[in-house]
Design a protein around this ligand. Structure first.
Ligand SMILES: C[S@@+](CC[C@H](N)C(=O)[O-])C[C@H]1O[C@@H](n2cnc3c(N)ncnc32)[C@H](O)[C@@H]1O
Length: 242
């Protein structure tokens, strides 16, 4: 997408409404992460508004974060407990923190926000530098296909209401693996366009990135309740360690 600015995808507008429609998987995500953290410490890459990081910290774990959007960090800070987390404003591919962690995690398809293979590989390599010897890196992401259509181009009616419609407009490039997407809201108040670009990868490509970083796949589940991962799984929860 020409002139796309990744920082604009999670600017003040998006941050203001981000928590209005939660994903609904927060409790099971936190339960799974808390078990893997085994006492911590824990680092969330792209911590956002703290949807997961804050309830995880509320379980008594030390949770740090990396996040590049100052607007998302401001929302996190405004929540109860939000001032207590150490959050570095920066690019998660660099993992700009000191110290090592028992668990580093990156959820909600956000590995796809790194737009080149090099950046995704760099992220794995830098995470590996910040894991304790028995530490693990957990990645949760959609499997290309069932949840995200990777057609050459499409328009979906995301919501149709009496006061307007929201359209999901996408174009996928098989050569770059980039999905250019725009959520377009049409209402009497006007037109709002929210663009985002993501780079989709198959789980197997992530596994190879992990190997380049000296990590191996330890578990792959089809969901947060450790469901088996199979050909119908719409997403994967993958755990990498040494
Ligand atoms: C879908 S949200 C997920 C936020 C949070 N992890 C959650 O589960 O609610 C994606 C987040 O990734 C952040 N992000 C995207 N690319 C990033 C990067 N390169 N470095 C740090 N944060 C990034 C965005 O600013 C946004 O807050």
């Amino acid at each position: 997408m020409r002139d796309f600015d990744p920082l604009a995808s999670f600017g003040a507008d998006v941050a203001a409404t981000y928590d209005a429609h939660l994903r609904g998987d927060e409790a099971e995500t936190v339960a799974c992460l808390a078990q893997l953290a085994d006492g911590g410490p824990v680092l969330e890459l792209a911590i956002g508004t703290g949807r997961i990081g804050l309830p995880l910290a509320a379980q008594g774990l030390a949770v740090d974060g990396v996040e590049q959007s100052t607007a998302m960090i401001a929302r996190l800070r405004a929540k109860p407990g939000g001032e207590d987390l150490a959050v570095v404003c920066g690019d998660m591919a660099n993992v700009p923190v000191d110290g090592t962690y028992r668990l580093v995690y990156l959820v909600f398809n956000t590995i796809y926000n790194l737009l080149t293979q090099d950046e995704q590989v760099r992220c794995f390599q830098n995470v590996a530098q910040h894991l304790t010897d028995d530490g693990v890196f957990l990645v949760e992401a959609a499997v290309p296909g069932p949840l995200y259509r990777l057609d050459d181009s499409y328009v979906d009616a995301e919501s149709v209401r009496t006061d307007g419609v929201t359209l999901d407009v996408g174009r996928y490039d098989r050569a770059t693996q980039l999905l250019d997407e725009c959520h377009v809201s049409l209402s009497p108040g006007g037109i709002r366009v929210t663009p985002i670009v993501t780079r989709f990868v198959w789980p197997s490509e992530l596994d190879l990135m992990a190997r380049l970083a000296g990590l191996r796949l330890q578990h792959r589940w089809g969901g947060w309740q450790r469901e088996p991962f199979d050909s119908r799984s719409a997403r994967h929860v993958s755990v990498y360690g040494r």
